[in-house]
Design a protein around this ligand. Structure first.
Ligand SMILES: CC(C)(COP(=O)(O)OP(=O)(O)OC[C@H]1O[C@@H](n2cnc3c(N)ncnc32)[C@H](O)[C@@H]1OP(=O)(O)O)[C@@H](O)C(=O)NCCC(=O)NCCS
Length: 176
């Protein structure tokens, strides 16, 4: 009998990205469903926020979708709120985009997928971008560090997770 070695992994998926305006209704619905499943975002107004994103990143062309990420156009109100809490400036003219909605389904984790999603999100992006992460989210912190995101400002208390702290990270546009 053939026994798969313990290190066996399914073939690695290749993420792809699109602006929301070019996504099919099925893609948008699958993205929305996985974002809600993450438990990291409020479903209120999520459809509109997804539609307003700069790019959406999908783990695979086929289904089921196992991972997502986005280059978001953050709302001014959100930008102002986190700037105030962290004690730093995040003007839209200088920091137009936010990397967000990075989520990998539990069964697909620790197989490098979030790194492939973030690489795809940043591919060809010639703009400054920021992100936020909980200070106890070791996996996400490693991903951000790997892609040259640096801590920016003071950490602040999470509204969603009592007791947790949030840190802003920023990454300057690659010089062309
Ligand atoms: C955080 C998350 C996106 C990581 O996804 P993933 O596909 O499992 O991560 P990867 O396999 O690409 O690993 C990325 C790095 O983090 C490390 N890592 C992954 N999970 C980890 C964990 N639970 N604890 C510590 N390190 C971890 C990996 O070893 C790897 O490190 P390396 O680059 O030095 O090799 C995933 O756990 C997740 O979706 N979590 C819930 C949603 C979330 O927290 N999103 C971020 C919101 S800011």
């Amino acid at each position: 009998m053939l026994v798969e070695p313990r290190s066996w992994r399914s073939p690695q998926s290749v993420p792809y990205q699109k602006p929301p305006s070019e996504c099919s209704a099925l893609e948008l619905a699958a993205f929305h469903a996985l974002a809600v499943e993450s438990g990291e975002v409020s479903a209120v107004g999520l459809e509109e926020k997804i539609q307003a994103a700069h790019r959406l990143i999908f783990s695979v062309h086929s289904r089921p979708l196992t991972g997502i990420a986005a280059v978001k156009n953050p709302l001014d109100s959100y930008r102002a709120k986190i700037s105030r809490k962290a004690g730093v400036a995040l003007p839209k003219t200088e920091w137009p985009f936010e990397l967000g909605w990075v989520f990998v389904a539990p069964a697909a984790r620790e197989n490098g997928l979030s790194k492939r999603l973030v690489a795809c999100a940043l591919h060809g992006l010639v703009a400054n971008i920021f992100a936020t992460a909980r200070t106890d989210n070791d996996g996400m912190l490693r991903v951000l560090r790997r892609f040259d995101f640096l801590p920016y400002g003071a950490d602040y208390e999470s509204e969603e997770t009592p007791g947790a702290r949030i840190q802003i990270f920023k990454r300057a546009a690659p010089s062309s």
